[in-house]
Design a protein around this ligand. Structure first.
Ligand code: ADP
Length: 601
């Protein structure tokens, strides 16, 4: 699938065409675009038409559009339809420098290639899972709600890309890492990426908050704005102009927004140029400290964007005095760091630095191409392909230590029969669970033995035992419920390990690709055609090359849908999901167990 990526800025359009192997076949940029058609300059729409005329013979199978602001409704990449375009339009006041031009470019591209899917990839999407404490401004919450005043965050595509590269660099999974990514270009923002998700970011409701930028102020005491308005010298438009266009490096230095100019002037002793550099670095350093505190630590700091990639002196200033965090800059590596080609990164800390710092060449276009491909695959995957459903009875996984305490020293599990997941088997051995209220005997052991004890029961079992076990992904037993287990050779009290397993689907990598989903995605699975049709939401996808396609639910869940041996369900995709979404909406509106709303799937 060849994906054409269109990345609209306020006065430029970057484009790139990627083939299925992520080779960039062609790329380019059209700059100095006019903002109105009577400007006598090329408009965004005209630029897109020109780009298509220059693409010549290249095949285009999908088009991915970067969109700055998707608001609350568009919290992930999606196919562009009228509803999505209306949302982008609705958020024009929040991103006036970007959303109108993206819309114009989308219309123009859809006119040029109407038969292929067009995908919107949002700058806000990566931050959509930020916790409430990070998205909420401390203002009257009724006012905030009425006006949609909350923090969204931007540059998400770049932060997500830099985070992925940082994980590759330290050769550890993203979901184990605490990262701080700094996108420092004309627009600038910092992001705390905690275990693969954006936990905090410096831009807020609009791309004006946070770091010092080329011409934008970043953080300013809101009281100053009130004073300026009260002074009578500033009206709303003048304030907008001041904060968005006459501030930042340009406002501080009086020399424009190009850091190269400012650095040259500073070297010649220009005081305001020096001030601009100091304020810029100080603000960024402050955010690094804050984010390390918010995450309780940091493993890697990644610099990207025009300034982050190219200005060794700015990187050096920002990382000054961070030794207390464990960051030890290597002056030589920092000076020599050069990231020119895509997928490049360079380390700028010493061998003994506990926290790594790296420079990453941002590649938003590649990220947009990847996301577009994923969305298109998901929308074209056969929604009716059946996923076999296995019903798990209560069972346990034990450690060697617990097993020996229950079954005797040097005992080993005896295989009873193999399970559908390769390498897994049911054992002859069974244990008894003893709860505060009652006991359940004969709980089957599954092999092989594991590194942690995990006992999986249903809600109904919990009532019988008199315990309250959390719904958990397999393996996540920390702080789960305690339980006493009994075997022929002894009894062990486990302080944690009892869970109600979260429903999930095991998938081989090839299945995941075919269904257009990724590891840790949550999907909905419909079970229809029987006596008790049901859509299971919040189903976790787990992808590994060693997995066979199978959904796992417990006996309570199976009973709710009247499922037995040989059951199967179908994955719900965006287009059919609209129906399901309506059903959910209706259900939540009446706050009741609605049994009469039947999805027409
Ligand atoms: P945008 O946000 O518009 O995409 P960029 O990421 O291209 O911006 O970053 C532009 C900024 O990078 C400008 O301030 C420019 O001065 C700065 N920059 C580019 N190259 C260098 C360099 N070699 N040294 C210092 N600053 C640089």
């Amino acid at each position: 699938m060849n994906v054409l990526v269109i990345n609209c800025g306020s006065s430029s359009v970057k484009y790139a065409l990627f083939d299925a192997d992520e080779n960039m076949l062609i790329s380019g940029k059209r700059e100095r675009l006019g903002q109105k058609s009577d400007d006598r300059k090329e408009t965004h729409a005209q630029a897109i038409a020109t780009i298509f005329s220059e693409l010549g013979e290249h095949q285009i199978d999908a088009v991915g559009h970067r969109v700055v602001h998707g608001g609350e409704e568009c919290h992930e990449s999606c196919l562009l339809n009228d509803r999505v375009k209306a949302e982008i339009e609705r958020h024009i006041p929040d991103a006036p420098m970007h959303n109108p031009y993206s819309l114009a470019a989308i219309e123009s591209a859809q006119n040029a290639v109407p038969a292929v899917p067009h995908v919107a990839v949002f700058d806000t999407a990566f931050h959509s899972g930020m916790p409430r404490r990070a998205t909420t401004y401390a203002i009257d919450q009724d006012v905030a709600k009425r006006h949609g005043i909350r923090r969204f965050g931007f540059h998400g595509i770049s932060h997500q890309y830099a985070a992925g590269i940082a994980a590759t660099f330290v050769q550890r999974p993203l979901d184990e890492l605490r990262l701080i990514t700094l996108h420092l270009g004309n627009g600038a923002s910092a992001c705390a990426v905690e275990f693969g998700r954006s936990a905090e970011t410096s831009m807020g409701n609009t791309p004006l908050e946070g770091l010092v930028m080329g011409t934008r102020s970043g953080d300013v005491d809101a009281g100053v704005l009130l004073s300026l308005l009260r002074s009578g010298e500033y009206d709303i438009d003048a304030l907008d102009e001041l904060l968005n266009h006459q501030s930042g490096l340009a406002g501080l230095s009086g020399l424009g927004n190009d850091l190269r100019e400012i650095e040259r002037a500073a070297a010649d002793g220009h005081d305001r140029a020096r001030l601009a550099i100091n304020v810029f670095a100080h603000r960024a350093r402050k955010y690094i400290g804050a984010y390390a505190a918010a995450m309780g630590g940091v493993d890697v700091i990644a610099f990207t964007g025009g300034i982050g990639e190219n200005s060794a002196s700015m990187r050096g200033r920002i990382l000054q005095r961070l030794e207390f965090l464990g960051v030890v800059l290597d002056e030589d590596r920092n000076r020599d760091a050069s990231v020119v080609s895509d997928k490049d990164f360079a380390r700028i800390t010493t061998e003994r630095s506990r926290v790594e710092a790296i420079v990453v060449k941002t590649n938003e276009e590649l990220m947009i191409a990847r996301e577009s491909r994923r969305v298109v695959n998901a929308s074209t995957a056969k929604p009716n392909q059946a996923i076999p459903i296995a019903i798990s009875g209560r069972h346990c996984h034990l450690t060697q230590e617990t097993f020996e305490k229950l079954f005797g020293k040097d005992a080993t599990p005896t295989e009873y029969k193999p399970l559908s997941q390769p390498g897994q088997f049911a054992c002859e051995e069974r244990i008894n669970l003893i709860g505060p209220r009652d006991r359940i005997d004969g709980v089957r052991l599954l092999g092989p033995l594991r590194s942690v004890d995990q006992i999986e029961i249903s809600r109904t079992d919990e009532f019988k035992l008199g315990v309250d076990a959390p719904v958990r992904d397999s393996g996540k037993v920390k702080d789960s419920a305690p339980i006493t287990v009994e075997g022929p050779a002894g009894t062990v009290h486990l302080s944690e390990g009892l869970i109600c397993a979260r429903r999930h689907i095991h998938m081989h990598t090839n299945d995941a690709e075919q269904f257009g989903v990724n590891d840790k995605d949550e999907v909905s699975i419909a079970v229809v055609g029987g006596e008790r049709d049901l859509i299971f939401g919040d189903v976790l996808i787990r992808v590994k090359d060693s997995y066979a396609l199978e959904m796992h639910i417990d006996t309570d869940e199976a009973n709710a849908a009247e499922l037995g041996r040989g059951a199967s369900g179908t994955l719900q995709h965006a287009d059919v999901d609209d129906v399901a979404e309506n059903v959910y909406e209706n259900v939540s509106k009446v706050h009741a167990n609605v049994v009469s709303v039947k999805p027409k799937l």
